[in-house]
Design a binder for this molecule. Structure first.
Ligand code: B12
Ligand code: SF4
Length: 582
């Protein structure tokens, strides 16, 4: 059913499913609205270990929620709570007229707990964000209203319906909005001292078609961008609010629309020059960034310092099998090197568990990562997120083993893999342990600085020296005195200071790698141990269910052995019922 969208002249369709929530009273024109961002479990990109040494409590705030906040009528009273550091009391939930929750899948345990608490206290709930968009049928059981899709062009109509008491239980936003009409997010609602990084978004969507990716099913394959002036206005707002330092351009693929990205970074360079470069930027991009010298040069001129690449695999079979064709056009190692030589420090994501992977993949990944000198390499398991072509294929092949259980990219896959599960768990465990063995990590980090060719235009924003000194002191105590890797720590610190004291950008990157070690080294080890424990359990369950010839360690270890068809899925349930290491 089409609903008024409140943006005159813009025909955006909302398909409403379910029932009008008639039993729920109108909110009236002045509701008190609580915006909640649930907790994450510890994760690779959560930097929990490093955060313990800092006054900040989280990396990045919830951009989706503060964007929705900017779409709320001005007569609504808004309060934002980030459960990473804010307590959420019954009073907060009970006194609100509406609790609006945003979450990605990884936050679902806490998101559900918050929705249930609010409901028990008689408060209305509304859920949106990437998880609601990918699994609305799970979310709708717990929330009074659910939005699937992006809010920009429809939210004023929905807000009106909430005020009037005619709001629906489910909104499916049929079209992707034109984000050049997106308002400036309500950065003012954030406790900025609690975050290390501020997010802005220039584009949504990605032109590629990797079969495991739900970006394209949630945000579409046609990248939509804001105008450069719009993004500059967001940066102006952040600057006025006193922010200095890191800004994460959270685009799915910053170069999805290269022409607009180039136009933006040229304007950012001018804007930065006029304001003594208050920010340093980082973003996510596809590896073909290496083929765009003009774009890399302009990004560096605008003060971009690092970039996350989705490399995924050194195996051509894995890349073509997953339709990641853009990574097959050239040698990815060479592309990484070009990007590093153009002044951008590279971090990247890698995946194991593709159908074509065999036991050799772990060593191939390790070798690639070492040769590419990628200090922060996230090697995770392939997962089949709902809505993706991979999910549909696994379902059609009868290989899905659970609907919605994985918590991180290190959880066992949610489908039956061709490689026996114990081999996969054990192989990833070994790979993580090798990559994040302290001397291997620091050696790689040092090489990543050696290959990086910083440019004179890159600068380090003026942040209070006192903050940096305090962090260094805390790092020296925690990592340099109390950690088990203190020798590698001091060796790295000494070399970085000696070599790069006259190159503030490299020095800064080196210190980031140093502090991040407290997260990556510990977290990777915990995950590696957990994977081994899971592996042992899978073998144990298999040995109870299978004849000895199929459940012997050799049979389960060998990629050529018949995989134990029943054992893997049944043991999966045990695996994911358990919390991840913290
Ligand atoms: C930045 C980012 C991160 C950052 C910061 C997270 C943060 N604090 O926001 C970091 C790097 C930490 C991160 C990590 C991860 N991320 Co992430 N991340 C993103 C990214 C690129 C941008 C998020 C963002 O700010 N978007 C901009 C806002 C404006 O968009 P939005 O949130 O969708 O909001 C709109 C609508 O959804 C809606 N809406 C949102 N909330 C609400 C609420 C209500 C009530 C309503 C009505 C509407 C509504 O309106 C908004 C405006 O249109 C997204 C991709 C994307 N395009 O969103 C992935 C994404 C959210 N991440 C994803 C994943 C999987 C992860 C990881 C699990 C990856 C991993 N390998 O470990 C980790 C988990 C994090 C953890 N600590 O455990 C997935 C989530 C999939 C899902 N279905 O839930 C996404 C979609 C990317 C992907 N497909 O891979 N991530
Ligand atoms: S390049 Fe990245 S964002 Fe684009 S479809 Fe592939 S995995 Fe998704």
């Amino acid at each position: 059913m089409p609903l008024p969208n409140g943006s005159p002249g813009v025909p955006v369709r909302i398909l409403s499913k379910g029932h009008p929530s008639a039993s729920l009273a109108p909110l009236g024109p002045n509701p008190k609205v609580l915006l909640v961002w649930p907790k994450f479990p510890p994760s690779f990109w959560g930097f929990e270990g490093a955060l313990k040494m800092m006054p900040e409590a989280a990396m990045t705030p919830p951009l989706g929620l503060i964007t929705v906040a900017a779409l709320c009528p001005p007569t609504w009273t808004l309060k934002l709570l980030d459960h990473a550091f804010d307590e959420i009391t019954d009073e907060d939930l009970g006194c609100a007229d509406l609790v609006m929750v945003s979450a990605m899948h990884a936050q679902r345990v806490d998101a559900l707990a918050i929705l249930r608490r609010a409901r028990a206290l008689g408060t209305r709930t509304f859920m949106g964000g990437p998880w609601a968009s990918s699994e609305p049928d799970v979310v709708r059981l717990e929330a009074d209203h659910v939005m699937v899709g992006e809010a920009e062009e429809v939210f004023s109509g929905v807000a009106q319906a909430l005020e009037d008491g005619t709001a629906q239980s489910m909104y499916l936003v049929a079209e992707k909005p034109d984000i050049s009409r997106s308002p400036i997010p309500r950065f003012d609602l954030l406790r900025k001292d609690k975050y290390t990084t501020m997010p802005v978004q220039f584009s949504r969507g990605c032109p590629f078609q990797c079969d495991f990716c739900d970006i394209i099913t949630i945000y579409g394959r046609k990248p939509r961008t804001k105008s450069p002036a719009q993004l500059v206005a967001e940066l102006d707002r952040l600057r006025e609010l006193g922010w200095r330092g890191d800004v994460f351009v959270v685009d799915d693929n910053f170069i999805g629309n290269r022409k607009n990205a180039l136009q933006l970074v040229r304007e950012l360079a001018v804007w930065g020059g006029a304001h003594r470069h208050p920010f340093t930027y980082f973003t996510q991009a596809s590896v073909d960034l290496a083929d765009r010298p003009e774009l890399m040069e302009a990004m560096v001129a605008a003060n971009f310092t690092f970039v996350f690449l989705g490399i995924e695999s050194p195996s051509a079979e894995a890349l073509s099998g997953s339709k990641k064709f853009q990574n097959l056009r050239r040698d990815n190692l060479e592309q990484v090197r070009i990007i590093q030589e153009n002044g951008l420090w590279v971090l990247a994501g890698f995946i194991v568990g593709f159908d074509s992977d065999d036991q050799a993949i772990f060593e191939r990944q390790r070798e690639f990562i070492e040769r590419a000198a990628i200090a922060w390499a996230m090697v995770g398991m392939l997962q089949a997120p709902p809505t993706t072509p991979l999910y549909d294929r696994m379902k059609a092949e009868g290989r899905l083993v659970q609907e919605s259980e994985m918590t991180t990219n290190f959880s066992a896959p949610n489908f039956r893999t061709t490689m026996p599960l114990p081999t996969l768990l054990h192989g990833l465990s070994g790979l993580l342990a090798d990559l994040y063995e302290p001397s291997a990590y620091f050696r790689r980090a040092l090489r990543s600085l050696e290959v990086l060719k910083t440019k004179p235009s890159q600068t380090v924003p003026d942040t209070p020296v006192w903050d940096d000194l305090r962090l260094l002191a805390s790092s020296m105590w925690t990592q340099g005195v109390r950690s088990g890797y203190r020798r590698a720590y001091w060796g790295f610190l000494g070399t970085v200071v000696r070599r790069y004291r006259n190159d503030p950008v490299k020095l800064g990157m080196g210190l980031r790698a140093l502090v991040a070690a407290q997260h990556f080294l510990i977290y990777a080890q915990q995950v590696a141990d957990e994977l081994e424990r899971e592996c042992a359990k899978v073998r144990e369950v298999a040995s109870q269910l299978l004849p000895p010839s199929l459940s012997s360690p050799e049979a389960l270890r060998s990629p050529n052995a018949d995989s134990p068809p029943e054992a893997a899925p049944r043991s999966k349930k045990i695996l994911n019922d358990r919390p991840w290491p913290g």
